[in-house]
Design a binder for this molecule. Structure first.
Ligand SMILES: *Cc1c(COP(=O)(O)O)cnc(C)c1O
Length: 376
């Protein structure tokens, strides 16, 4: 069986977790600080704040840019549901924009048409690791005086105009879930260019407490903390950070291997008329967190039939990226919403196995199996 994904974890990470446990410091402490510093350096960000997941990262990012009940936040529906859930946590309303068929990223013209005086922020997603057009969205946000937040859950190691994701805007949120490019079990990171955001994020992730555990621990005189705001417990543990530090060292290699596999898939499928392969617009470099293949109407079988046939050959696949607006919880909240482009992309695309441990033979096996089914 070839799985859809597999985290790249070795003895390095196991030993790092072992050492963290035996150090006696297991929650947010010195290793979290080190992971933040290394992550910030790696993505060219002035500041990085570690949290428990990308979902909690998004929640805090929206809070620090001032999102309040009644505000509207524009985001894609075609994304993991956490994207729009984070907006609802703030009491704000997600307004769903369409995505572009080529990149699966949010469509700026549709976004433009959805902005109004209630629009507080635009939440762009670098879907499956493919960078969205950050400069175009930054210009639109400047123009309308609204905030820009990046859901970079899938985009650790991706680049836009020569620079890493995390270096471009005020707020970018990353995920270290095992399905993402590097993992800490669960975990997240927020990068920011603004020191006042950094300070507020650190406060909110730890109960609104004025002094961190680390500072209190290292203090040589008495310090009493105050809780200056209603915060959250969104901490990352030192065990997770220890694993993250080791994973970060492998990031370049992991992205390189993922890109090689994606290039192999592209070469194998590009000439098949009923398929559409992902395409990197100029200036954008994807880490290929996922590889999505789109089946046109002319395909000899449906997407679900293709998934079932591949499974009988031992190849695991997944449906294309979900749409939030068709999930039960969202239909109950907002009723029927129609987003034909997103729905079509979600329903006609298939994710193929892609992970650094996938061998060349396995890649060849997947491409041959797909070609057999669709090109016959
Ligand atoms: C995975 C994912 C999230 C959620 O990340 P967690 O770390 O699991 O909370 C959010 N947005 C997108 C686009 C994702 O793919």
């Amino acid at each position: 069986m070839i799985p859809i994904a597999k985290p790249y974890l070795t003895e390095d990470e196991a030993m790092a977790a072992h050492d963290a446990v035996l150090s006696g410091w297991v929650t947010q402490g010195p290793r979290v600080k080190e992971f933040e510093e290394r992550f910030a350096a790696r993505v060219d960000a002035p500041h990085a704040v570690a949290v428990s997941s990308c979902t909690t990262a998004l929640h805090l990012a929206l809070l620090v840019c001032g999102v309040k009940p009644g505000d509207e936040i524009i985001c894609p529906s075609m994304s993991y549901v956490a994207t729009s859930n984070s907006i609802l946590y703030c009491g704000a309303r997600p307004v769903f924009a369409e995505v572009e068929p080529q990149t699966y990223n949010i469509d700026i013209e549709h976004v433009r048409s959805l902005t109004n005086e209630r629009t507080k922020a635009i939440l762009i997603v670098h879907q499956m690791g493919m960078p969205a057009d950050i400069d175009a969205f930054a210009a639109l946000c400047r123009d309308r005086d609204i905030a820009l937040v990046e859901d970079a859950a899938c985009a650790t190691g991706s680049r836009y105009n020569g620079h890493p994701i995390g270096s471009h805007t005020d707020l970018a949120c990353f995920s270290f879930h095992p399905r993402k490019v590097i993992t800490t079990g669960d975990g997240g990171m927020i990068t920011t260019t603004r020191p006042e955001y950094e300070e507020k994020l650190r406060l909110l992730r730890q109960h609104g407490m004025s002094v961190s555990d680390r500072v209190r621990h290292e203090a040589t005189k008495l310090i009493f903390e105050d809780h200056v705001e209603i915060g959250y417990n969104y901490r990352m543990t030192d065990i997770q950070a220890a694993v993250g530090i080791r994973q970060l060292e492998k990031l370049d290699w992991i992205v390189d291997r993922r890109r090689k596999i994606a290039a192999y898939y592209n070469d194998a499928f590009r000439d098949i008329e009923c398929l559409r392969v992902p395409e990197e617009p100029r200036g954008r470099l994807s880490n290929y967190q996922s590889y999505s293949l789109y089946l046109r109407q002319s395909a000899p079988l449906t997407r679900n039939e293709l998934m079932a046939r591949l499974l009988t050959k031992g190849i695991t696949t997944r449906r294309g990226i979900m749409t939030s607006h068709r999930e039960t919880a969202y239909r109950q909240l907002f009723g029927h919403i129609s987003l034909p482009v997103s729905e079509d992309l979600s329903d006609r695309s298939i994710l193929l196995p892609l992970y650094p441990g996938l061998t060349d033979e396995e890649v060849a096996c997947v491409t041959a199996a797909v070609r057999d089914e669709v090109a016959s």
